[in-house]
Design a protein around this ligand. Structure first.
Ligand SMILES: Cc1cc2nc3c(=O)[nH]c(=O)nc-3n(C[C@H](O)[C@H](O)[C@H](O)COP(=O)(O)OP(=O)(O)OC[C@H]3O[C@@H](n4cnc5c(N)ncnc54)[C@H](O)[C@@H]3O)c2cc1C
Length: 445
């Protein structure tokens, strides 16, 4: 048994293909789209993603981290843009810690190019998986170009076909498979800040820029060509929403009022707003992620989350790391492996889904709240003094490999401590006094 199928040549599928090829399997990767490397990709019109430690760990495991580093831009801080145009900065972690802006399309292409080094990986493009016969493990594809049907049987299948996974849909119809989905009230639209004429960036490229505005926000991440991809996260419906911003005049007035410092940087704003799609955000929980020892869901197919912790891809890449560890612990014996993986990993998929939702509130709302900012300052100081006693939640999620489910539990304990510290008299004036740190130490010891 040496033949493996991967359905979906996105980020997680392409990485898993390399990791399985390295173990000596013959890997067939089926992708519904044409080869991304032949399609025209417009920089600045693709999503860019924040890649962090969990993602890097998986890339290192595959031996390709340095190749990816070459197309990644470090972001050390959040740069908050207030409505009056003033800027404030929050480091993400220690001075040397960063999250990295990478283009999703660029990263996907790079992973496919790296996969080309393995003669035992074969990509099949224009193959849309339409169904799977679970009894015989036969995948059914429609060739999207010539409309013909194909069937292929495999002993093991990794389904990495994203949030609307066709393989998962088939598993949903089997017994004892739990599934839930929820669309967020907010959707998103991509916009662009082009490069200066000399190719330099118009904003600090080493920051993730955020315009937090309560019910909504805009963010911007740098691209290699000097542009920024901006993403407006905005209600789908309601008084101020994608639904109500209908004319060029309405959009222009809204942006001038809400993001006045960004408008001069976005000369194609109105054209982009009407040309680019409004996309929705979906959350998916399901369990188990396996069907017997035959099929395993990985990445968004298993756990689609909202993008506000920058963890969707990182979590999907971590799926690959965890699978690799468990495979090696089992000495390559597949008996019960997929079930054990699912049992271990589902709580972490659920936890990052919860954390990502919490971070949405934090990013759009709390980053402009003085109490929130003070909590962060106190936490940062305490972490510096007692790194063995306190790692802020953001660092646990972004700069560590702590299980997401443990990070969520640790956060609940830390919140109790911080609530008490924030009750100290005149805490906004006295937060830097030694007794505040002493109190925290007493509370955590
Ligand atoms: C606006 C936004 C911002 C984000 N920001 C971040 C971030 O900063 N950091 C981060 O870590 N994550 C982020 N994410 C999440 C990240 O994009 C996803 O988690 C990641 O792309 C998941 O990878 P995947 O390979 O599981 O799925 P996908 O990337 O969705 O890939 C699935 C692949 O399967 C193919 N496919 C689908 N159906 C079929 C079928 N029936 N047959 C064959 N092929 C099929 C698709 O064409 C695609 O190539 C963000 C997401 C969004 C929407």
């Amino acid at each position: 048994m040496k033949d493996i199928a991967i359905v979906g040549a996105g980020l997680v599928g392409s990485l898993q293909a390399i990791l399985m090829a390295q173990k000596g399997y013959n890997v067939s990767v089926f992708e519904r789209r044409e080869d991304l490397r032949k399609a025209k990709l417009l920089s600045g019109k693709s999503i860019n993603l924040a890649l962090s430690d969990r993602g890097w760990k998986a890339l290192e495991l595959a031996g390709i981290a340095e190749d990816i580093r070459a197309i990644a831009i470090p972001m050390y801080k959040r740069c908050m843009h207030a409505p009056d145009g003033s800027l404030s900065y929050q480091p993400y972690g220690r001075e040397d810690q960063a999250i990295y802006s990478v283009s999703r399309g660029g990263l996907n292409q790079k992973l496919m190019n790296l996969a080309d080094d393995y003669p035992n990986i074969q990509y099949y493009f224009d193959r849309k998986c339409e169904d799977l016969d679970l009894s015989s493990n036969t995948l059914k594809f429609r060739h999207t170009a010539n409309k013909t049907e194909e069937q292929h049987r495999f002993d093991r299948i990794f389904a990495t076909d994203g949030a609307f996974s066709a393989v998962r849909m088939r598993m949903q119809k089997s017994t004892m498979f739990d599934y839930s989905q929820k669309f967020l009230d907010h959707g998103y639209k991509e916009l662009v800040i082009p490069a200066n004429e000399d190719g330099t960036h118009k904003l600090d490229k080493n920051c993730l820029h955020i315009w937090p505005r309560g019910e909504f926000m805009m963010i911007a991440l740098a691209n290699l060509d000097g542009s920024f991809t901006c993403t407006l996260f905005f209600p789908m419906f309601g008084e101020t929403s994608f639904d109500t911003l209908k004319t060029r005049e309405q959009v222009e007035a809204f942006f001038h009022k809400t993001f006045p410092d960004a408008v001069p940087l976005m000369p194609t704003l109105l054209d982009d707003y009407f040309a680019n799609p409004t996309s929705t955000l979906i959350m998916v929980r399901c369990e188990p992620w396996n069907y017997q020892d035959k099929v395993l869901l990985l990445g968004d197919a298993a756990h689609a989350i909202v993008p506000f912790y920058g963890q969707g891809m990182n979590c999907g890449f971590e799926d690959c790391t965890v699978f690799d560890q468990m495979y090696k612990e089992a000495n390559g014996n597949w008996d019960g492996l997929l079930g054990r993986f699912s049992e271990f990993r589902v709580p972490d998929g659920n936890a990052i889904l919860d954390l990502a939702l919490l971070n949405y509130i934090e990013m759009r709302d709390l980053t402009a709240d003085p109490d929130f900012l003070l909590r962060k300052k106190i936490e940062a100081k305490f972490t510096q003094l007692h790194p063995d006693k306190w790692l802020p939640l953001y660092s646990q999620v972004t700069f560590s490999n702590t299980r997401y489910s443990d990070a969520l539990k640790n956060d609940a304990r830390q919140q109790v401590v911080m609530d008490q510290v924030m009750q100290l008299e005149n805490i906004h004036e006295n937060w830097n006094e030694p007794y505040v740190m002493e109190k925290m130490l007493a509370l955590v010891s």
